[in-house]
Design a protein around this ligand. Structure first.
Ligand code: PLP
Length: 410
């Protein structure tokens, strides 16, 4: 563990202005400032010696917990045995990762375009759908979050994150998430892509009905539109299967993964697609470039994370049932504040009475050493993204601190 005497106050005093003084003051006033010193398993340790149970994990980046031993080991070995590699060239490490994606993703998804972040990969997926179809219209679920680059930002539900960068990209249109009729009315021979998350993670954590994605698939086929599934959060075990869309047994045209793709140890993402989508590139194999995409080190780390996720999933799902029981019990006993809990796999959306109650819960938990966050679009619905290594001990700690916090809510 690294040791540091850097308190929150000293951090602000010494470094605050380098991150924007006013912005840092706002974070401090909110009471949500954490100066990280270390992370291990389900915990973060701050520079003042406090321990936090991390049930956010950056929305699933640390899906295997912090510094998962098998992933750390793979990364250490890779830094000794591998060069970073070059974006124009290939290697066994890259081949094995692409093969692991083709093996685990649904149906005919096989070809991969390497990338670094979720936003970048979403942008690439939309560009590919436009290029492959020769169409421009993009339909996306309302109240979505797909990242903060150009195409992704155009789809963002949170006006606060979008308006200051407008005008954005034309020919994007929101459809009502989970409502087949809304897609039915909007889709046409002009539609290049339909972009959806398997669960609307940044708003209400709602999973669509069992017949939704099969119907979306059918409508996309009927109109020749590409179905892009954003698995940046829902992939890598979050919904109880390796890929969230497996829940609906539907094969998209393009699947995007990032965040937990590397078990939180390496910035790496991927666009996995039906092979014919890349055909329109024709004779030029370099029609998209990203300098840092898929280092050999990142490829080894991500393949290890996939294998660990597959190994841990049965046990994680069993622990997930226990956490669900705790949450349901709290909702029964504190019905004035916590109205209900929605759960899909290891993703929990806590429906609070209003935004004030949601925020009080988040800040109260933080004060007690548990990291939980709200969606950027819905403060009334904090989400839990527990790591797949969750044990009874952490469930008990959460139960005790959540009860303590709920007792204080008006
Ligand atoms: C569903 C979803 N898609 C895409 C992204 C963008 O990923 P990144 O932050 O790595 O660019 C996010 C980030 O939170 C996300 O939640």
């Amino acid at each position: 563990m690294t040791s540091s005497a850097l308190t929150r106050a000293r951090f602000i005093e010494r470094y605050g202005r380098f991150f924007g003084s006013q912005r840092m003051a706002t974070i401090q006033n909110l009471g949500y400032l954490l100066v990280e010193a270390w992370g291990e398993g389900p915990y973060i340790f701050d520079a003042e010696g406090n321990r936090y149970l991390d049930l956010w994990n950056v929305g699933g980046v640390n899906s295997l917990g912090h510094r998962h031993p098998a992933v750390v080991r793979a990364m250490e070995e890779a830094t000794r045995s591998q060069d970073y590699g070059s974006l124009f060239f290939f290697s066994e490490a890259k081949g094995q990762l692409a093969e692991a994606l083709a093996r685990t993703t649904p149906g005919r998804l096989e070809a991969t375009l390497p990338a670094v972040t979720g936003s970048e990969a979403i942008d690439q997926a939309i560009k590919l759908a436009r290029g492959a179809t020769g169409r421009t219209e993009v339909l996306h679920g309302d109240h979505g979050y797909h990242g903060t680059t150009g195409f992704a930002l155009t789809m963002i539900g949170a006006a606060d994150m979008r308006e200051w960068a407008e005008p954005l990209i034309p020919d994007f249109r929101a459809i009502r998430y989970g409502d087949v009729e809304s897609l039915h009315e909007a889709i046409s021979e002009r539609t290049a892509a339909v972009v959806l998350e398997p669960v609307r993670t940044d708003y209400d954590g709602r999973a669509p009905a069992a017949d939704y994605f099969p119907e979306v698939r059918r409508l996309c086929d009927e109109h020749g539109a590409k179905l892009i599934v954003d698995e940046v959060v829902t992939g890598m075990g979050r919904l109880g299967h390796l890929w969230g869309i497996d829940h609906w047994r539907v094969e998209p045209d393009i699947l995007v993964t990032a965040k937990g793709f590397s078990g939180g140890m390496y910035p790496i993402s991927a666009v996995v697609m039906r092979p014919e989508i890349l055909d329109f590139w024709g004779a030029n194999p370099y029609r998209n470039i990203s300098s840092y995409a898929w280092s050999n080190i990142g490829a080894i780390v991500a393949r290890t994370a996939i294998e660990e996720t597959e190994r841990l999933l049965p046990q994680a799902n069993a622990m997930g049932d226990r956490l669900a029981a705790v949450l349901d019990d709290l909702a029964v006993r504190y019905p004035n504040a916590l109205l209900s809990v929605r759960r899909t796999g290891l993703l929990y959306a806590l429906d609070f009475r209003d935004e004030a109650a949601g925020m009080l819960f988040i800040l109260g938990m933080f004060k007690r050493g548990v990291v939980v966050v709200a969606s950027s679009q819905n403060l009334a619905v904090p989400k839990l993204y527990p790591p797949l290594i969750l044990q009874n001990e952490q469930i008990a700690e959460f139960a005790e601190k959540a009860e303590d916090t709920l007792k204080t809510l008006p």
